[in-house]
Structures are given as C-alpha cells and as structure tokens.
Design a protein around this ligand. Structure first.
Ligand SMILES: [Zn+2]
Ligand SMILES: [Zn+2]
Length: 759
C-alpha cells in the first residue's frame, strides 16, 4: 500500500496515489481556477470510467490527508533544524531579514505593505427555514456548518483572538449570538502584509463586523514584535492610519520602535497635495524607489483562488490560502528575487544618469543648489497649511447674501414695472376689447408682492449688517463683494470637479486595475474620458467661473484635468490670490524639476538599500546551502545510532534534501544574475557572502564554515547526490497513516506501483 492515500480510515476501497495528489496540488496552486471537480473528471476520462459526484468527495478527503502529511513532514524537518514556529516569519525574505555584520544603517530597516481584499471571501452555509420572503424563496436560518477543529493556518494567519484585542467594539457585541456560539463566521476577505519583495509576512481573515482598523493594528503589532526598530508600513490610507496607530494602545510601542506609516505610490496620487507632501513615496526620505503597492499585485494573482474559497468550509478555505501562499512564496517570489533586485538596481542607475540633465537645467534657470528644491517643498507645505487653516471663502457671508438679495430686488422691480405698464394698458380706454384686464391685474399684484418680499429681505439684512445707505452697483463695498461671490462660485466649481475626479479614481482602483506607472495613467485617462460627461460639464462650469475672476484663473482642458487627476495640482488652483502664481514651485517646469530631483534622491537610496539586500541574499544562499547539506550528512551517518533511529534519520535526510531544493534550485540562477550585475558600470555593492548576524550571535546553533567565497553548491554536489536516492521498499512495513509521511520520498524518486482501486 505504498504511495497510496486512502479515502477512509478503515477498510478503504478507494485510494489515490501520492503522485496524482502531488500533480493536483502543484497544478492547482499554479492555476487555482482548476478545482477538484474538473481534475477528478479528467482522471475518470483517462481511466475509462464514468464520472460520479462522490468521487470528488473521496478525492477531497485524500487530498486533505495528503496536505496534512506534507504539513507534518515540514514540521519534522523544521524541528530537526531547530527552527521554531516564529522562524518562518523571521526568515521568509532573506533580502529583508538575513542581516550580516557591518551593514550600513538605513532609515527604514524594513519596508512592508498591507491591504485588505474581499475576493477571498466565504459564504456561510446556513439552514433554510420554513418561512419564505416576499419572492417566495425560503429565508435563511442559522449556520448549519459543523465545527471543524483542524487548523491549516500554518503560522501565516493571525488568530481571531489576537485580532479582536484591537477591536473597539467586541465582536460579541457586533455579531449575533448563534454565530459566536458555533464559532463559524462568514469571512469577508483577507487582510495581508507583505515585505517589499512580495514575501507574505502575515495575514488575517476579515469578518463581517464593520470595523476595519483592527486588522492593520493587529498586523502592525505582530510585525513590531517580530522585527523591532524602524519599520515602514505602507497602506493605502496610511495617512489616516498613522493617527489611528498613535491613538491606539499601540501608539507607545510604535513611537518607541520608530515605526512610520506610509502611503502606496499609486494610492498617494488620489490624496490631496498636503497629504502627499508628507506621505507620497517620492518625498519620503529613505523609501528608495519602492512603490509599496505589492498587495495590489498579489491580489490580482490570488483572485483565481476566489472560486474555490467561496463555498468551502472554514478549514478548507484556510488550507487553500496557505497552500497557495506557501507555494507562491518559494516558487514565484523567491524564484524572482534576484530578478527583482537586479531590475531595481538597473532602474536606479538609469535615473542616476539623468542627474547631468537636471544640473544643466538648474544652471540655465539660475537654481543655485539642491537645497532650493527642499525649500520649495517646505514653502509649498507651509502655503497649503495656511490655506487649509484660512477661513474658507466657500462659506457664504452675509454681505454676499445682501448683494444677492439686492440683485433679486432690482430684478423684481424691473419686472414689476413691466407688469404694471401692461395692466395700465389693459385698463386704458385705448383698448377696444379687453378680456385680459383681470389676468393682467392679477400678475401686477403678484409682481408687487414679490417686490415687497424682496424688499423685506433686503431691509432685514441691512438691519443685521448696519447698512445705513443702500448699496448700489457702483458703491465700493458692492464691487468688493461681487468679487467674493465670483471667487466662491469658482471654488465651488473647482470642488465639484475635484470630487468627480476622486470618485472616478477610487472606482477604478476598486476594479483592481491598479499598477503604477505610465500605462495605467493612460488607461485611467481613457476610461475617464469615455464615461465622464459629468466631468466635462464640471470643467465647463469651472472655466466659466474662472474667466470671471480678476485676474482670471487658467482655463482647463480635458487633457490637463486628467494630468491634474493625480490631484497634486488641484490645491494650487484653489488659491485665487495672484501672488501664489509667481512662486517658482507653481510653474510646471519647476515642478517637473522638483520631482526629478526627489526621484534622483530616491534612486540613490535605492542603491544603498540594494547593496545591502543583495549581499544579504548572497550570504543567505551560502549559509543555508551549507547548513542544510551538513545536516543531511549528519542524518545519513549511522554510527552510534540504533537501527530504528538510523532508518528514521535516513528518511528525514531525504526530506531535508527536498526542503533544501525547494528554494535552493533557484540559487544558481540568482548568483548568475548577481554576477552579471556586479560587472555593470555603476555597481557599488559586493556579491561575496558576509558573516550573518545570527550565525555570529549563535542563534543558529550550527556554525557555518566559511572557507571559500563562492556558494558551495558546486563543491559538494557529489556527496549529496548519492545517498539520497535510495528507495528501500520493505514489504513488512505496516500501513499506518503516520508512516506515510516518510514515504513522500517515493514521489521524487520512483513513483509508487499502482495498486488497489485508483480513482
Ligand atoms: Zn523582503
Ligand atoms: Zn492622504
């Protein structure tokens, strides 16, 4: 019964080979849309049997068992390596976490990003009641899910209890009793934290309870505990989240650890300029070229899992997610790590090459030093703060109201004049035939009443404003107020326009189309143009109001608005005083130069960070390979062990090799990329391994021998190749499930003989 996974604990009649299960697992994580049912159907096709729905059930049982065996095997390997439950979180990304001695200190020790997404939600299974709703459909009763104590969180998920510690309202108050009693919830999505390279740090389920702040708070708490000082945490509403953190119980710890909240580069563009000056990626010192939008990228790929999570049980959904993430971390994120680092390096070098052009521009424009750019930014910040705190002209003042009432009065006076004349004509003897006398008289009387009402409102305002002499269209205060009225109309038109743009941007973000960069901007511009009649009307209203001002504000075209859509510049239009337009930072060419300057600074920081990160990865590749090979050798050695122990160790050695190869298979390719990069002009780092801080501090209890600077992957190949590939078939072995874990090696090597009824 070797290499077979049964579908029932006792006297199984159907079992499935490990190989088939492994094919399903790998195919499914690579293409999550391929679920169990189509897979089982294709197996049936191949075996020439008709498909039966219960086969899916049986396959699912065997698959659960198989994944459980894999989890337990991993656990054994980790135990044997002395790696505890926190080890994954602290070592998942070598570029972020595997520090070496003598590293340069960075402003942000580590950059993380987090976000929530509802594509991986789950629908709670509930009973139908006897009652029906108005459409005649049966209404839903309480949940009828069974409690499932199995746990597939695998160290990735933060438990609900931990999340609830950060809730303002206890879940108990927010959710109905029966839901709590059964401990089953409808998960509305996941909240996720990644490092800047895309490795999954932690995630948690979002539940139907409205409050959103607790998820990021719980995650930040865990991250601070694990990673400590100088963490940068990106979030699309990072600006608001900063205040949330400061006001929570986390506030003190966050301040102590010098944690900073940041805003993702794309989302930042939808925030107002003042927020951008503080949070936008380009302006944040120490951020490098990181856009902090990794979550968007992750979610756009994990969306394929949605279908298999939607109607799964609590446990199965979690198992789906962790199986996917585990594979993704190693076979996508780790596989592309060197590519990521090298591409960033090249990008930063390209930006650095723009420095001479910027210097040339500065000379032409008479900008003396880079310091001036910083001053402009500060000036802009001060200016906007002033604007924000200044009394808003948007509020209608009494004077404005008075002017409006006077205009109303003058209109109704003129109208009354006309009506009265008509009525006189109707009554006069000249009219030979006058059936309209009554009507004209009625209109005259109504006109008079309207005039009297308008007069009353004017008088009331004159009392309030202490106006002794009624204003006329030539009195200075009248003229002054009319300017204010125009300004107000202009501000309102601008507000309306800005709001429309913001709404569209959020809409588009929600549609999961966000990836930063030029292409996206073009994409948004197109989408906006196609469907935004409202925006066009708002532009017209804005232009009409702008031209009435003195001096007139610039007219906007559709194309400009789309550029402004990245909102930074809306705030400058906000000020109608002429003096702001004369400041250098309001002129487009200067703003361009300003952005170029800050981008240059970020590129320099990126290179500093990459020099560290690349060396960390090289050190990791070197150390991990040696450590795991050494452990393998130790396990294969039989002296001084009982026969039983020796055999168990031999099996474990195979698993340690598989564990090493999981990520190690990419290391040669990584090193090749690094070597090419190292030859690039402008490279200032080192690609020889350093001495890892953990090894020096002896956290890793096995010391690593350091002779030779190249990675050891070639030197020891001969030793590793041999002893591993043995397959000791032994007929007397019993078929206990617990033993199967050791037999996984069969998978890699020989393939089980097909026995029993296979699906
Ligand atoms: Zn990382
Ligand atoms: Zn903001």
């Amino acid at each position: 019964m070797e290499g077979l996974v049964p579908c029932a604990p006792w006297s199984p009649t159907v079992s499935i080979t490990l190989r088939v299960l492994e094919v399903y697992r790998v195919t499914h994580v690579r293409c999550p849309q391929l679920a169990i049912q189509p897979f089982v159907k294709s197996l049936c096709d191949m075996h020439g049997v008709p498909y039966k729905p219960y086969l899916c059930q049986q396959f699912s049982i065997a698959y659960d068992l198989y994944l459980d065996i894999r989890r337990q095997t991993d656990q054994l390997v980790m135990e044997c390596l002395g790696r505890d439950s926190m080890w994954r979180l602290k070592h998942n990304c070598p570029a972020c976490m595997y520090k070496f001695e003598g590293e340069e200190k960075l402003i942000f020790e580590m950059l993380t990003t987090m976000d929530g997404n509802d594509s991986l939600k789950r629908v709670l299974r509930r009973t139908k009641t006897a009652n029906t709703d108005e459409d005649g459909e049966p209404t839903l009763g309480p949940s009828n899910e069974r409690l499932d104590s199995r746990d597939a969180s695998d160290g990735y998920f933060i438990t609900r209890e931990k999340v609830e510690e950060w809730a303002k309202t206890r879940l108990a108050d927010a959710l109905p009793m029966d839901v709590l009693m059964w401990g089953v919830f409808d998960e509305t999505g996941i909240f996720l934290a990644l490092c800047r390279h895309g490795f999954v740090l932690l995630l948690t389920d979002m539940l139907r309870s409205g409050e959103l702040a607790k998820y990021p708070l719980a995650i930040v708490n865990e991250l601070l505990t694990a990673f400590g000082l100088n963490l940068g945490a990106g979030y699309d509403v990072g600006c608001n989240f900063e205040a949330t953190v400061a006001n929570s119980e986390l506030g003190n710890l966050a301040r102590e650890m010098n944690m900073r909240c940041l805003v993702g580069a794309f989302h930042g563009h939808a925030h107002n300029r003042l927020c951008q000056l503080k949070f936008l990626a380009t302006y944040v010192e120490g951020l490098g070229l990181e856009d902090l939008e990794g979550c968007e990228r992750f979610f756009s790929r994990s969306n394929g899992l949605a279908k298999s999570c939607r109607y799964a049980s609590c446990f199965h959904r979690q198992q789906e997610i962790t199986t996917y993430i585990k594979h993704f971390d190693s076979f996508e994120t780790y596989a592309n790590l060197a590519k990521f680092l090298c591409a960033n390096y090249q990008q930063a070098l390209t930006i650095l090459r723009t420095e001479p052009a910027l210097l040339g521009w500065m000379e032409r424009e008479g900008v003396e030093s880079f310091e001036e750019f910083k001053e402009w930014l500060q000036e802009e910040k001060d200016y906007l703060l002033g604007l924000k705190n200044a009394p808003k002209e948007k509020v209608e003042s009494l004077e404005m109201e008075y002017v409006q009432k006077l205009i109303n009065l003058s209109t109704s006076e003129t109208r009354y004049g006309v009506l009265a004349a008509e009525a006189r004509r109707a009554r006069s003897d000249d009219a030979a035939y006058a059936p309209g006398v009554g009507k004209a008289e009625l209109a005259r009387r109504h006109g008079k009443e309207k005039m009297e009402r308008d007069l009353e409102s004017v008088q009331e305002l004159e009392r309030k404003l202490d106006i002794v002499e009624r204003w006329t269209t030539t009195s200075p205060r009248w003229l002054e107020t009319v300017v204010q009225v125009k300004k107000r109309k202009y501000q309102l038109a601008l507000d309306a326009l800005e709001l429309l743009i913001v709404e569209r941007i959020f809409e588009l973000t929600k549609m999961n189309q966000s990836q930063t960069g030029y292409k996206l901007r073009k994409h948004i511009a197109k989408a906006l143009q196609a469907r935004s009649k409202a925006v066009r009307n708002a532009i017209d209203r804005y232009n009409n109001a702008a031209i009435l001002l003195n001096p007139p504000m610039p007219q906007l075209s559709w194309e400009q608005v789309v550029e402004y859509a990245f909102l930074a510049d809306f705030d400058i239009l906000r000020d109608t005083g002429a003096e702001v337009q004369s400041r250098p930072w309001t002129r487009p060419a200067y703003r361009l130069a300003l952005d170029k300057y800050f981008r240059l600074q970020r590129a320099k920081e990126e290179i500093r960070r990459l020099n560290i990160e690349i060396r960390r990865v090289v050190t990791w590749i070197h150390d991990e390979d040696r450590l795991l090979r050494r452990k393998g050798r130790e396990l294969r050695r039989s002296q001084g062990k009982s026969a039983e122990q020796a055999e168990a160790d031999l099996n474990l050695a195979v698993q340690v090799r598989l564990y090493r190869e999981r990520r190690g298979r990419f290391d040669d390719a990584h090193m090749r990329r690094f070597r090419v990069l190292a030859k690039t002009a402008g490279f200032t780092g080192s690609i020889s391994p350093g001495r890892a801080v953990e090894v020096v501090q002896g956290i890793d209890e096995m010391e690593v021998d350091n002779e030779g600077n190249e990675t050891g992957s070639e030197s020891e190949e001969g030793v590793a190749g041999e002893g591993d590939d043995e397959d000791e078939g032994d007929d007397t072995r019993d078929t206990e499930v617990s033993r199967i874990r050791y037999r996984l090696s069969v998978l890699a090597v020989d393939g089980a003989r097909e026995q029993g009824d296979e699906v």
